[in-house]
Design a protein around this ligand. Structure first.
Ligand code: SF4
Ligand code: SF4
Length: 61
C-alpha cells in the first residue's frame, strides 16, 4: 500500500493536505498527522501536488 510521508522540517502546518485529501488520511491540528494510512488512494497524489512547500512524498509499504 502507499502512504504519505510528511517532512516535519519543511512543513508549515498550513492544513492544505488535510483539506484536499478525499479519504481523510491526514489530519492537521498543530502539525499534520497521518491518521488513516490504510485509506490512501493509490495514484491520487492530491496532497503531494497541493503542498506549497513540497513536504509530502508518497512511500510504498
Ligand atoms: S500541505 Fe504541506 S505544508 Fe501544508 S500542512 Fe500539509 S505537509 Fe504541511
Ligand atoms: S495521496 Fe490522496 S488519498 Fe493519499 S493521503 Fe494524499 S490526498 Fe489523501
Amino acid at each position: 500500500m502507499q502512504v504519505p510521508h510528511i517532512d516535519g522540517e519543511i512543513c508549515v502546518s498550513c492544513g492544505i493536505c488535510a483539506y484536499v485529501c478525499p479519504a481523510g488520511v491526514i489530519e492537521v491540528k498543530s502539525a499534520p498527522r497521518v491518521v488513516k494510512p490504510e485509506a490512501c488512494i493509490d495514484g491520487c497524489m492530491e496532497c503531494v501536488d497541493n503542498c506549497p512547500t513540497l513536504a509530502i512524498e508518497i512511500v510504498r509499504q
